[in-house]
Design a protein around this ligand. Structure first.
Ligand code: C2E
Ligand code: MG
Ligand code: MG
Length: 633
C-alpha cells in the first residue's frame, strides 16, 4: 500500500514537471513566433515609408528618372534639389539600369550602423521602362521598439495567464492528492474487522500517552490480550464467524473500558489496552468482565478467554518500546503458563520465563555449535562393588562458564523441540565411548519421552549400534514413569522392539513421580532404579526403609534387576546390599566423570578384574574405589 502511495506521489511530481515544461515550451515558441511577426511588420512599415519617400522624391525632381538615361558622368547628383534624407530615411542610393551607383545621399556609414536599419529596394520607372533602382535605408528602431513593447505586454498577459492556470492546476491536484492521502491514512489506521485502531494507530497513541506521562509525571498502563486457542475457533466455526466474534469482543471491550482507556487490535487475536490513568487493577477487572459471559453466535454460546500481559511505566521511566517489550514478555509468560492467565511484568512468572528464555538460548547455541558434553557415572555390583556399567549424563556449560544441570535444561530442550537432536547425539556419543571399554562393561543412556514421538527411535538406535559396532546387550535405556502418561501403546510398542533388538530397558527414578505398580505389569522392564530420595529418607524414616524392602521384593517378583541410586555413604551401600539390590550407584562410588578420565578408572577396575581371574597371581596395589573417587574429583 505504502509502495503504491509512493509511486503515486512521484507520478504526480512528474505530471507537474511535465506541465511546467510544456508551458515553458509554449512560451519559447510564442516568443520566437512573435519575433518573426514583428520582423515582418517592421519590414512592411519600412517599405511603406520608402515608397512614400520615393514618390515624394520623384515628384520634386521629375527629371531624375529620365536623367538616368544619360551616360554616367556624375551630372545626376546635381539635379537633386535639397533632397537629403528626411524623417526615418537615413540614406538612399540610386543605381542606373546597369547597376552603377549614380547617387548616394546620406551620412557616413557610422551613423547608419547605429540605427536599426531596414533596407528597401524600389524600381525607378519611366512608363513601363525601368531606368534605375532606388535603395533606401530606413530607420526602423522606433517602430520596432513600439511593436516589441506591444508584444511584450501581450506576452506578459499571456504568460501570467498560463502561470496562473498552472498554479491553479497544481493546487487543485495537490489538494486532491492530500485528501486521498488523508483517506488512505485513515483507512490504514483502522482495523477493518473491528473498527478499532490498528497497530499503526496504536503506535501513535502509545507515543502520545507516553509524552503525557512524562509531561504530567503520571503513569501509563499497557495490557496485551491474546485470545486462547482462537485459531481452533476459526478452524471449527470458519473465518467469517471468527470475525464476528472478534467484532463482538471489540464492542464489549469498548463499552467495558472506562474513559481514558484506549483499546486497539494489534493483529489476528491480539488486542491491547492503554491507559494514562493510575488504575491497572481497574482495567484488569474490566478485561475480566468482558470474558465473564459467553458470546452469542447465531444462538450458540461461545466462551472466549484470553491470556494477558501487563506492564506499567511511571514518570517516563520506560520508553514506549520498553513498555511494549515488557508487556509482550509478560504476555508470553502468561501464555507459557496455560490459558486465562494474567501476568504482570514485575511478577515471579516473568522472571522464571525470562530465565527459561535465557537457558533456551544457551541450549540452542549448544545444539548449533556442538557444545554439549557427556559424563559417565559408575554403577557397581551392590555386593562385590565391582564396576559393571556407566550411566551417561549430559552436561552443559554456557559460554560464560555457567554450568546448567540436565534437570534444568532437558525440560527446556523438550519445550523448544531440540530433545530429539540432543538425545541422538547422546546415544551416539555413549555408544562410541562404550565401544572402547572392556566388553563386560555396559552403558546406560537416559531417554526423554518425547524421543518416542517421531517413531524413528528404534531404527536410529539400530543404526547407531551398527555404526559404533556395539552389541545391543551392552546398551541400557533408562525411561521414567512419565512415558506411561497419555497414549502409551506406541511407546510400549517401540520399547518392545528395542528389547527384541537386545537392548535392555530400565525404569528410572522409581518410587517418586506418578509411582504406580500398574506400570510394572504393562511392560517387562529389565531393571528398576530406585530413586535416591528413598535411600536418603531411609536414613531416618523406618517406613521408608520398609518401603525400600518392599520395592526390592516387587522387583524380584517381576524378575527385574534392582539398582539403588544416591548411594553416598558406606551405610547406604551396605543397606542396599542387605536389602537385595543388585547394583549401587552414587557419589560413594564416584560422580559422573568426563570421557578423558574414564580410562584411569577402567584400567584400575580391569587390573583388579585380572587379579581376581588369576587368583591373585597379578598383584594389584590400587584400590578401585579410590581411583573412581579420584577421577570424579
Ligand atoms: P538420573 O537419570 O536419575 O541421573 C542420576 C542423577 O543423580 C544425576 O544427576 C547424578 O549426578 C545424580 N546423582 C548420582 N549419584 C548421586 C548421589 O550420590 N547423590 C546425589 N545427590 N546425586 C547423585 P544429573 O546428572 O544432574 O542428572 C539429572 C537428571 O537429568 C537425570 O536423572 C536424568 O533424568 C536427566 N538426564 C541426565 N542426562 C540426560 C540425558 O542425556 N538425556 C536425558 N533425556 N535426560 C538426562
Ligand atoms: Mg538415569
Ligand atoms: Mg535416576
Amino acid at each position: 500500500m505504502i509502495k503504491r502511495f509512493r509511486f503515486k506521489t512521484s507520478a504526480n511530481t512528474i505530471a507537474n514537471a511535465l506541465l511546467i515544461c510544456v508551458s515553458a515550451l509554449l512560451v519559447v515558441v510564442g516568443v520566437s513566433f512573435a519575433q518573426k511577426e514583428i520582423g515582418g511588420l517592421v519590414r512592411e512599415e519600412a517599405s511603406l515609408t520608402a515608397h512614400k519617400w520615393a514618390t515624394h522624391l520623384t515628384a520634386n525632381n521629375p527629371d531624375i528618372v529620365e536623367r538616368l538615361r544619360e551616360p554616367h558622368n556624375g551630372a545626376v547628383q546635381r539635379v537633386l534639389k535639397d533632397h537629403g534624407p528626411a524623417g526615418s530615411i537615413l540614406s538612399y542610393s540610386i543605381y542606373d539600369s546597369d547597376g552603377r551607383l549614380r547617387i548616394y545621399v546620406g551620412p557616413g556609414d557610422e551613423q547608419v550602423e547605429k540605427s536599426r536599419i531596414s533596407r528597401v529596394t524600389l524600381p525607378l520607372m519611366s512608363g513601363n521602362e525601368k531606368l534605375g533602382t532606388l535603395v533606401a535605408n530606413v530607420d526602423s528602431g522606433d517602430i520596432h521598439a513600439m511593436f516589441v513593447q506591444g508584444a511584450s505586454k501581450i506576452g506578459l498577459i499571456l504568460a501570467s495567464a498560463i502561470g496562473f492556470i498552472i498554479l491553479i492546476s497544481i493546487m487543485v491536484r495537490a489538494s486532491a492528492r492530500s485528501e486521498a492521502q488523508r483517506n488512505l491514512r485513515r483507512l490504514m489506521q483502522v482495523d477493518t474487522v473491528t473498527g478499532l485502531p490498528n497497530q499503526l494507530a496504536f503506535n501513535e497513541i502509545l507515543r502520545t500517552v507516553k509524552q503525557q506521562e512524562q509531561a504530567n509525571h503520571g503513569a501509563t498502563t499497557l495490557l496485551l490480550l491474546n485470545l486462547d486457542r482462537f485459531s481452533g475457533i476459526n478452524e471449527r466455526l470458519g473465518r467469517a464467524n471468527g470475525d464476528t466474534l472478534l467484532r463482538r469482543l471489540a464492542e464489549r471491550l469498548r463499552t467495558a473500558c472506562s474513559d481514558g482507556v484506549i483499546c486497539a487490535r494489534l493483529n489476528g487475536d491480539t488486542f491491547c489496552l492503554v491507559s494514562s490513568d493510575d488504575s491497572r487493577v481497574q482495567i484488569e477487572q474490566q478485561v475480566q468482565s468482558v470474558f465473564a459471559q459467553p458470546f452469542d453466535l447465531d444462538g450458540a454460546q461461545i466462551r472466549l478467554s484470553a491470556s494477558v500481559g501487563a506492564a506499567r511505566s511511571e514518570d517516563g521511566e520506560l520508553s514506549a518500546e520498553q513498555l511494549q517489550q515488557q508487556a509482550e514478555l509478560a504476555l508470553r509468560a502468561a501464555k507459557s503458563n496455560g490459558s486465562q492467565r494474567l501476568v504482570t511484568y514485575d511478577s515471579e512468572t516473568v522472571n522464571e520465563f525470562r530465565e527459561t528464555d535465557r537457558i533456551a538460548a544457551i541450549v540452542e547455541d549448544a545444539c548449533e555449535n556442538d557444545r554439549f558434553e557427556l559424563h559417565y557415572q559408575p554403577v557397581v555390583d551392590a555386593r562385590t562393588r565391582k564396576l559393571v556399567s556407566f550411566e551417561a549424563l549430559i552436561r552443559l556449560t554456557s559460554r560464560d562458564g555457567e554450568r546448567i544441570g540436565p534437570d534444568r535444561f532437558i525440560p527446556i530442550a523438550e519445550h523448544i523441540g531440540r530433545i530429539e537432536q540432543i538425545g541422538l547425539w547422546t546415544l551416539r556419543e555413549a555408544c562410541r565411548t562404550v565401544s572402547g571399554l572392556p566388553r563386560h562393561i555396559t552403558m546406560a543412556v537416559n531417554l526423554s519421552p518425547l524421543q518416542f514421538a517421531s517413531q524413528t527411535l528404534v531404527d536410529q538406535i539400530r543404526n547407531i549400534l551398527s555404526e559404533t559396532r556395539v552389541s545391543p546387550e551392552r546398551l541400557e535405556l533408562e525411561v521414567t514413569e512419565s512415558i506411561m502418561i497419555g497414549d502409551t501403546a506406541p511407546v510400549l510398542e517401540q520399547l518392545r522392539k528395542l528389547q527384541e533388538l537386545g537392548v535392555r530397558i530400565a525404569l528410572d527414578d522409581f518410587g517418586t513421580g506418578y509411582s504406580s505398580l500398574g506400570y510394572l505389569w504393562q511392560f517387562n522392564f529389565d531393571k528398576l532404579k530406585i530413586d535416591q530420595a528413598f535411600i536418603r529418607a531411609s536414613d531416618e524414616e523406618p517406613k521408608a526403609l520398609a518401603l525400600l524392602g518392599k520395592i526390592v521384593e516387587v522387583g524380584r517378583t517381576f524378575n527385574m534387576k534392582i539398582t539403588a541410586e544416591g548411594i553416598e555413604t558406606e551405610e547406604h551401600a551396605s543397606r542396599a546390599a542387605y536389602l537385595g539390590c543388585d547394583y549401587s550407584q552414587g557419589y560413594l562410588f564416584g560422580k559422573a566423570i568426563p570421557q578423558t578420565a574414564l580410562a584411569a578408572v577402567v584400567i584400575t577396575e580391569f587390573a583388579e578384574y585380572i587379579g581376581r581371574q588369576t587368583n591373585g597371581a597379578a598383584s594389584v596395589d590400587v584400590d578401585p574405589h579410590e581411583a573412581r573417587n579420584k577421577a570424579s574429583a
